[in-house]
Design a protein around this ligand. Structure first.
Ligand code: CUK
Ligand code: CUA
Length: 685
């Protein structure tokens, strides 16, 4: 840009900045609740001057006042907009990793702007990332096969960022697939999925993924009971044969992989285990799962029995499962686990005799259990009870020591409710999930009230005791809430996102299947909570999310070296440097080492015979940030993403003869359209 032109723009923007703003007199007239600082700043600006400003192009620019009037914005709308707006080029302070629900993906959303930054493909093939098209990513998806069958979707619920000392370290992300009891490992160096593990004994999970404070284990609780290994058993044998299982998956940080051989399960009754949380600090070594069907209802509504959900809501109490996972690790090491279908399982009697498993009554059909930042209390929210119930970890330990407990039908000790209870706080209708801030407040979603409750934790968090403070409506039917690092030992507060199930009237009508509504709330300490922004999610139902400060994520800008294998995160033996491209034939196997760089593929002309086995390596030799190429091959259903430095391999049989123009699918350069070549397959006869 010339200096002259630069100055011109500078002057223009100064003039615009000084322009009269709406708040000058309007504020007083409307008795704005907008902050006084904002008002006076705006007043100062307006005193300095400003009439309407001519802008380039000859039009009159609208003043802030005019925009507000034209768009019918209330003062609250204006402060909300100012709280979330990011000028182009300015970066969000936080990243939110939200589950992608039925899409089988993870959504990455910037806060406070609430802009969608990325979709991470996890359980579902995804063309933009070439996920499920290259040999390596196909192999990752194949790890998730169930009894040899490819599953092409996932129901992701609970993302878990890896933790060091109970706080997010920004290195790894885990997420569960509720539908098929699977887990995935995502590497945050490149935001891509590296591993899927299938639980060999279960078909559904829910209370996962949750990590232990140093990510030693990734926890996964089953939801719907089945015989372990899911072989057929008559429903009349539910109590005898059906079971739940709490699985501790060993995570090896060095290898960046879950190690199934070092993982194990703890057998539990078929009580419909639900959400979970790992203990931390004083409760490190323990983990907690709710359950909602201690009645062991099995439905049969057409056989004259109560419908399942009624059967499952008959008792006043269900059971919180209290698990000493550290002791369980020792018990497995001592050889006291059984092996079922190749997987180690601690059976119920062993879990009981070793002091690994306890139950505590909890109010009817609970959903979330959340451990407070110091690890000293557990907050359980019962969907059918307007209170949150707070258990003291110290009291639980005392009750265990005391030892005079009843047992359930499976011989598991039931600790007396009253002995473990610290407080109950009436927060509103349908409480589900709780997060925490840096002020000693807790935030609980209220599904039935469509609201978020802010309530205060008692000592040692706050002196005002356990009590409800305020509620703010959200739109509508909130499931989880996520606050900044809101489930760690150091919650930062400031923002909270309500992940709402229904959006009803919030967005333009796009037909009967409506988007979800993720709402950003300002929960700063100095004022009442308020909703700032609505983000429609139009591809699935997110459940849980976690929010981490942006600077904790140290992702690659480009891959570290040209010829990089993104699964091994090291040099790929088939990485190809410029000038080293080649095609080799060995019998009917044709191997291609190709490079891509703006704006060509080398080689750009390949001829093979019908029936040849093709092994095609492509290395993007670009070093510039964002210089991604794509690779599309028609008919053969191939689309790759080649980020700078990446090497991908795709293997297939050239079983269809013909003339196949391959091309780059990323608009990478002025000659992008010319970035193509021909793959000719000569008919065999
Ligand atoms: S569940 Cu979805 S709102 Cu899977 Cu965490 Cu509670
Ligand atoms: Cu490379 Cu377009």
């Amino acid at each position: 840009m010339s200096e002259e032109r630069g100055e011109e723009i500078q002057n223009l923007s100064n003039r615009r900045f000084r322009r009269r703003t709406y708040l000058g007199g309007l504020g007083a007239a409307l008795a704005l609740p907008a902050s006084a600082a904002l008002l006076s700043a705006c007043n100062r600006l307006s005193e300095n001057g400003g009439t309407e400003t001519k802008v380039a192009g000859g039009g009159i620019s609208a003043s802030a006042e005019e925009i507000i009037a034209r768009r019918k914005l209330s003062p609250d709308d204006v402060t909300a907009a100012l709280s979330t707006y990011l000028p182009s080029g300015r970066l969000d302070d936080y990243l939110m990793f939200a589950s992608g629900g039925q899409s089988g993906q993870v959504l990455v959303i910037g806060l406070p702007s609430m802009r969608l930054l990325k979709l991470i493909a996890v359980f579902t093939p995804e063309p933009w990332q070439g996920y499920g098209f290259s040999d390596d990513t196909k192999a990752v998806l194949d790890e998730g096969k169930v009894a040899g069958r490819s599953i092409t979707w996932g129901d992701t619920h609970h993302p878990a960022l890896s933790e060091t000392d109970g706080d997010y370290d920004g290195q790894w992300l885990f997420i569960n697939d509720k539908a098929n009891s699977r887990l995935a490992v995502i590497d945050l160096r490149d935001f891509s999925t590296k591993q899927i593990v299938k639980n060999p004994l279960l078909l559904s999970n829910h209370g996962g993924t949750f990590v232990t404070p140093n990510t030693e284990y990734v926890l996964e609780g089953s939801q719907y009971g089945v015989p372990l290994g899911w072989e057929y058993a008559p429903i009349t044998e539910y109590k005898e044969k059906y079971r739940g299982m709490l699985t501790c998956w060993k995570f090896d940080r060095q290898r960046g992989r879950i190690i199934p051989e070092e993982s194990f399960g703890i057998e539990v009754p078929p009580y419909g285990q639900d959400l979970a949380d790992a203990g931390k600090l004083v409760s490190d070594g323990w983990a907690f799962w709710n359950s909602f069907n201690s009645e062991m209802a099995t439905g049969g509504d057409m056989q004259g029995k109560p419908p399942l959900e009624m059967g499952a809501s008959q008792r006043d109490m269900d059971y919180l499962h209290v698990v000493n996972w550290k002791k369980a690790v020792d018990v497995v090491k001592a050889g006291k686990a059984e092996t079922i279908k190749g997987f180690k399982v601690i059976r119920i009697p062993t879990a009981v005799s070793e002091g690994i498993l306890y139950l505590i009554p909890e109010p009817k059909s609970p959903h979330g259990v959340d451990v407070t930042p110091k690890g000293d209390y557990l907050v359980v929210a019962g969907k059918l009870d307007p209170h949150v119930t707070v258990y003291s970890f110290a009291k639980i330990q005392q009750a265990i020591q005391k030892g005079n407990y009843e047992k359930d039908d499976f011989g598991i000790p039931i600790l007396p409710f009253k002995d473990c209870l610290e407080a109950q706080v009436e927060v509103g209708l349908g409480p589900l999930h709780t997060q925490f801030d840096d002020q000693g407040y807790a935030y609980t979603s209220l599904f039935l009230d469509s609201a978020v409750s802010r309530w205060s934790l008692g000592k040692p968090y706050r002196d005002d005791g356990w009590k409800a403070i305020e509620k703010v409506p959200v739109q509508y039917n909130v499931g989880h809430v996520a606050a900044v690092t809101g489930d760690t030992v150091k919650p930062l507060g400031g923002f909270l996102v309500a992940l709402n199930k229904w959006s009803v009237d919030r967005f333009a009508n796009v037909g009967p299947l409506l988007p979800q509504n993720l709402q950003l709330l300002d929960i700063a300490k100095d004022h009442k909570m308020r909703v700032l922004y609505d983000l429609p999610i139009g591809n699935a139902e997110p459940h849980y999310a976690q929010i981490i400060p942006r600077e904790r994520i140290k992702a690659f800008e480009t891959y570290p070296e040209v010829g990089w294998n993104t699964i091994t995160q090291s040099k790929d033996p088939n990485g190809t440097a410029l000038g080293k491209e080649r095609i080799a034939r060995d019998g009917n196997k044709v191997e291609i080492w190709m490079t891509s760089v703006r704006s060509h593929f080398t080689p750009d002309l390949i001829e093979v015979n019908q029936g040849d086995h093709i092994v095609w390596h492509i290395t993007n030799t670009e070093k510039a940030r964002d210089a991604t190429h794509g690779f599309a091959l028609p008919l053969y259903n191939i689309n790759l993403s080649l980020e700078p430095g990446k090497t991908e391999t795709v293997s297939f049989v050239a079983d269809a003869s013909g003339t196949f123009p391959f091309y780059c699918t990323e608009f990478c350069s002025a000659l992008h359209l010319e970035m193509m070549g021909y793959f000719l397959v000569k008919p065999s006869s």
